[in-house]
Design a protein around this ligand. Structure first.
Ligand code: NAD
Length: 250
């Protein structure tokens, strides 16, 4: 049976063709969900939604803009009447050293990764609370757990660590309303976030640090998101799930 039959799901930052969000949106659609893809560009979001098949929605939404988040959710609730799943996937990174981080770097990276996760969650929580059900999945990173070392700078590690704290605090607060909140910590996954930005030597060093000996694939993360979004994980909340090929084993 389809794991997400009759479910309505939102995935932010899911227009990127090779990205984790698009793979997650596809996995959800294949399991019976109706999906909304939110991303910066309306045309790209609509094209990605059309790619999933009939009935899916693409909307422009900058997750750092609170009113844009609220407007997107109002529009989706108008169409669907409910929202079952939110995946806070939109994110950016920058390969900076600690002394290179300027105020605008700090703001850009914390705004999309952390503020965006807060604003989108705040936008869906009232509907999920009223339904007495919902699942929120946040994209953190191994970079939060081990202090970077792959690509993103310290401001990225800090923003993704902030996502973990936010995930756990939301999980505790929303659990009485049967709204579950969990985080995924991907390791090195081959997507456009790092494509062409690592030297051959850097790439080899990253792979040397992965016991499974390969970069992750977007579908590896999508499978974990599907588990956390579905009733298979009905008793999991406040967890951080590693999808890293063994590159960090606690
Ligand atoms: P990607 O660059 O392929 O996709 C990111 C998407 O987010 C893009 O479509 C972009 O347009 C969108 N986006 C950026 N700013 C936005 C904003 N303000 N509002 C809405 N959308 C916005 O990246 P990806 O590799 O698929 O990464 C997805 C998530 O997973 C990110 O949060 C990233 O930090 C995290 N992550 C990725 C890796 C990896 O190795 N790829 C590892 C750990 C964590």
């Amino acid at each position: 049976m389809a794991l997400l039959k009759d479910k309505y799901a939102i995935v932010t930052g899911a227009a990127s063709a090779r990205g984790l969000g698009k793979a997650t949106a596809r996995a959800f659609a294949e399991q019976g969900a109706t999906v909304a893809i939110l991303d910066l560009d309306a045309d790209a979001a609509k094209a990605a939604a059309a790619d999933l098949g009939e009935g899916h929605i693409g909307l422009a939404c900058n997750v750092t803009d609170r009113e844009a988040c609220n407007a997107a959710i109002r529009s989706l609730l108008g169409c669907w009447g409910r929202i079952d799943i939110l995946v806070n996937n939109a994110g950016i990174t920058q390969p900076l050293k600690i002394m290179e981080i300027e105020p605008q770097n700090y703001e850009a990276v914390t705004d999309v990764n952390l503020r965006g996760t807060l604003y989108m969650s705040q936008a869906v929580i009232p509907a999920m609370r009223a339904q007495k059900s919902g699942a929120i999945v946040n994209l953190s990173s191994v970079s939060a757990q081990r202090g970077g070392g792959i690509f993103g700078g310290p401001h990225y590690s800090a923003a993704k660590a902030g996502v973990l704290g936010l995930t756990k605090a939301m999980a505790r607060e929303l659990a009485p309303d049967n709204v579950r909140v969990n985080a995924i910590c991907p390791g090195f996954i081959a997507t456009d976030i790092t494509a062409g930005k690592l030297s051959v030597e850097q790439h080899r060093m990253v792979l040397d640090g992965i016991p499974m000996g390969r970069a992750g694939e977007a579908s590896d993360v999508a499978g974990c998101a599907l588990f956390l979004a579905s009733d298979l994980s009905a008793y999991c909340t406040g967890t951080e799930v590693d999808v890293n090929g063994g590159s960090l084993i606690h």
